[in-house]
Write a protein that binds this ligand. Structure first.
Ligand code: GNR
Ligand code: NI
Length: 172
């Protein structure tokens, strides 16, 4: 179990399209373990592999609030099968866009097909925060960040702010 560094915007890797996993082997399991540790430590409710620089179609999610009752979920090669017509709005944040939040509208439920930690095929019907989180993480697999849904002005203001923070960090 290793806590890895989470990449933050602006970073070209975050815009990369992740590649399908051929087999859920030891390497993928180790990656999922590290992703989960990194996510809990952050803390966050979801993490895509590309956020730690690995362009594989793997995401981990735990939306449980109780620290003593962890409910980790692992999704390998997730595909959204059905998206509800109905939308809902959540205030989203992203570990790769630190300290920025915005209300984002997405389908309020979806059905996702994926391979689990053991490489077994699964189908899950998700709604509410879980559905939002799955869609947010799946966007990462396509190199999309939640700020891409904002106006050009808002997005560029956020990127500018984050660039400045990065430059200041280099100087310190
Ligand atoms: O920790 C996170 N919280 C969150 C809140 C609302 C919608 C999506 C998320 S995901 C985010 C962690 C993250 O950046 N995952 O990619
Ligand atoms: Ni994110």
């Amino acid at each position: 179990m290793t806590i890895r560094t989470i990449l933050t915007e602006p970073n070209k890797l975050l815009r990369k399209i992740s590649e399908s996993v051929e087999r859920v082997g030891a390497e993928e399991k180790k990656l999922m373990d590290d992703m989960l540790d990194t996510m809990y430590e952050a803390p966050g409710i979801g993490l895509a592999a590309i956020q730690i620089g690995v362009p594989k179609r793997i995401i981990v999610i735990d939306i449980s609030r109780d620290e003593n009752k962890k409910e980790p979920r692992y999704f390998v090669n997730p595909i959204i099968k059905n998206k509800n017509e109905e939308k809902s709005i959540y205030e989203e944040g992203c570990l790769s866009v630190p300290e920025q939040f915005a209300e984002i509208e997405r389908p309020n439920s979806c059905e996702v097909q994926y391979l689990d930690y053991d490489g077994k095929k699964q189908v899950l019907r998700a709604e509410g925060l879980l559905a939002t989180c799955i869609q947010h993480e799946m966007d990462h697999l396509e190199g999309i960040l939640f700020i891409d849904y904002l106006s050009k002005l808002k997005r560029s203001m956020i990127i500018k702010k984050l660039s400045k923070i990065k430059i200041n960090r280099e100087i310190l």
